[in-house]
Design a protein around this ligand. Structure first.
Ligand code: HEM
Length: 119
């Protein structure tokens, strides 16, 4: 079928890292993996690697440790139902194109706003 409604992003919710950071407890645990946001509150108890490791990264970006462990494709499929949204475009790790784009604009002579160094 040619016509798909994939242009309407109405079903996708976008979150900032600051928003995700609020959900950093066992009562409400969100985690960012590959720029996607997962509510793993009900998953942590079932996590084969134990709940602690996941909770340690609750509210944060767990992409690195997630990949470090080398999760199986099974694991990747398992997390799908917990996906609640994605990071806003400007905060995605792979989306550096936009950053470069705005970085070459020197017209912003706002002396009051200091520059942030993102590591
Ligand atoms: C929603 C996110 C996650 C899902 C669905 C998930 C799922 C799984 C699954 C299915 C396994 C069994 C092995 C495999 O199939 O790969 C596993 C193991 C494991 N996971 Fe996760 N995981 C998640 C997040 C994390 C995070 C953020 C960490 C961070 C450190 C982590 C650490 C581990 C560890 C240490 C093991 C045990 C590996 C072993 O015993 O060899 N997982 N996970």
């Amino acid at each position: 079928m040619a016509s798909e409604n994939d242009t309407g992003a109405s079903t996708v919710k976008y979150y900032t890292r600051a928003e995700v950071e609020k959900y950093n407890t066992a009562q409400s645990a969100w985690i960012i993996i590959h720029d996607k946001v997962y509510d793993v509150t009900n998953f942590v108890k079932q996590h084969p690697g134990g709940e602690e490791v996941v909770l340690e990264h609750a509210g944060k970006d767990g992409t690195e440790p997630f990949e470090d462990i080398g999760h199986s494709s099974d694991a990747r499929a398992m997390m799908e139902p917990y996906k609640i949204g994605e990071l806003v475009e400007e905060e995605r790790t792979k989306n550096n194109k936009k950053k470069q784009d705005s970085a070459n604009g020197t017209s912003n002579g706002d002396s009051s706003s200091s520059c942030c160094i993102v590591m």
